[in-house]
Design a protein around this ligand. Structure first.
Ligand code: GDP
Ligand code: IMO
Ligand code: MG
Length: 425
């Protein structure tokens, strides 16, 4: 398979984990390039159900090497727990998982600051973060006070971490947050640093040498385009570039080594956390989507907000990421709906908007303009060939592709590997 970037085209939870697992068998290396353990990527294999937060979903295959790129913020304690879980499931991890020596580390003070910041924000301004310390760790990266995986292996690490802990406690005191026991955290993380040693590697050299030698790479995005720090519904976003550009900066692989981009997009829309969501449903249809789609956060368990497909978002994502193919997921969730609605444009103060406004103040005032399509009202999860789908289901999918200007590469009609219809991919 050509070197491929896989991104989420909406607000995350599009089913990236499932699609990565499907595509991973065709590459040598899977590399995550941004985010942290705010992500929750679910893979269902037979009756087993795995949720990965930091480790690329390719680890559930047998051969592939998995890389946690420099663009991530890694909670090393959470990573070691996840390694133990994957090993308990019978998968080999040692020698197959590498963490970039340039990846920033999430420490307990990042989580404490995340919680304290959210508590201080007024109602209506809260982000609804996953509480994993992601924003504060990326803040430290940008303000140049972060500690990276490679730093953990140096003799200066104890004094560096202690200095950061003292500084963080000062901040936490001022914010009314949880004060950390500096020596206890230091001791704990010195032990964790040693356990991280076998995984830490110069992954930039490794990846570029592998590509030069003809190996192929799948770049695994986390979150989604609408949660991207630059292109999402700022400030109700995460703190990294979840879009395709993040694949280069988050892995150290140059743009011209990447051959194509696959966008994972749900046949409807969901969002977890706060922020505008024009097609959100507050009625029985929204509840039906949540129940049928099992729409509860894979990381925090929060119920996901559900709504109709938004083609304004789809077109915007297609453009920013340069999506070559959609991997459209969860079509089966719509099996029981008699009528389906699709947002084709927004109305803003009497004007028709075809493009997504930059300001959330504007987006909050946008109302969707809908087209209606008849539902197919029959099960689709057992179908394995695209042409066997009910005609109305095909019309719906083809309408979404036409509205967003992207061809279909994969259609997913259930959480398992078997429920995957391959078209151009
Ligand atoms: P990710 O964060 O993008 O990897 O997505 P999540 O794993 O957070 O959420 C997607 C959920 O939908 C998971 O529970 C998947 O098992 C499930 N899923 C993925 N594809 C399909 C599908 O085509 N149909 C159904 N019904 N469920 C799916
Ligand atoms: P995957 O990879 C859905 C959301 C949070 C919150 C905002 C900021 O599974 O698609 P953060 O903790 O990142 O500072 O929270 O981003 N969020 C996600 N929503 N899926 C995710 O990841 C998410 N990761 C973060 O709910 O609104
Ligand atoms: Mg998820």
């Amino acid at each position: 398979m050509p070197n491929t970037v896989l991104i989420g085209a909406q607000w995350g939870d599009e089913g990236k984990g499932k699609i990565i697992d499907v595509l991973a068998s065709q590459v040598d290396i899977v590399v995550r390039y941004q985010g942290g353990n705010n992500a929750g990527h679910t893979v269902k294999i037979g009756d087993e159900h795995y949720v990965l937060h930091l480790i690329p979903s390719g680890i559930l295959r047998d051969e592939q090497v998995c890389v946690i790129g420099n663009g991530l913020v890694v909670n090393p304690a959470a990573l070691l727990d996840e390694v133990a879980e994957v090993e308990a499931a019978g998968k080999k991890v040692q020698g197959r998982l590498f963490v970039s020596d340039r990846a920033h580390m999430v420490f307990p003070y990042h989580r404490a600051i995340d919680a304290a910041r959210e508590a201080l924000l007024a109602e209506g301004s809260k982000i609804g973060t996953t509480g994993r310390g992601i924003g504060p760790c990326y803040s430290d990266k940008v303000t140049r006070t972060g500690l990276r995986a490679g730093d953990m292996l140096t003799s200066e690490f104890p004094e560096l971490l202690l200095a950061r802990l003292r500084e963080a406690n000062k901040m936490l005191r001022a914010m009314g947050g949880e004060i950390l026991d500096e020596n206890a955290v230091l001791e704990e993380y010195l032990a964790i640093a040693e356990r991280m040693r076998p995984y830490i590697k110069d992954t930039v050299t490794y990846l570029n040498d592998a590509i030069k030698a003809g190996q192929t790479v799948l770049f695994e995005g986390a979150q989604g385009t609408m949660l991207d720090i630059d292109f999402g519904t700022y400030p109700f976003v995460t703190s990294s570039n979840a879009t395709a550009g993040g694949a280069c900066t988050g892995s150290g692989v140059a743009p011209h080594r990447i051959d194509r981009v696959v966008g994972v997009i749900k046949a409807y829309t969901t969002r977890v956390g706060e922020g505008p969501f024009p097609t959100e449903l507050f009625d029985a249809d929204g509840k039906r989507m949540r129940d049928a789609g099992g729409e509860y956060g894979a990381t925090t368990g929060r119920p996901r907000r559900c709504g109709w497909f938004d083609a304004v978002v789809g077109r915007y994502s297609a453009r920013i990421n340069g999506v070559d193919f959609w991997a459209m997921t969860k079509l089966d969730v719509l099996d029981t709906f008699e009528t389906l609605r699709v947002c084709t444009a927004y109305e803003y103060e009497g004007q028709r908007l075809m493009e997504l406004p930059a300001s959330v103040r504007m987006l909050e005032k946008c109302t969707p303009i809908y087209e209606e399509l008849p539902g197919w009202c029959e099960p689709t999860s057992h179908i394995t060939v695209y042409d066997d789908l009910p005609e109305r289901a095909r019309t719906y999918v083809e309408y979404l592709c036409a509205l967003t200007g992207v061809p279909l590469g994969i259609l997913s009609v259930g959480p398992k590997r078997e429920s995957t219809l391959r078209l151009g991919l």
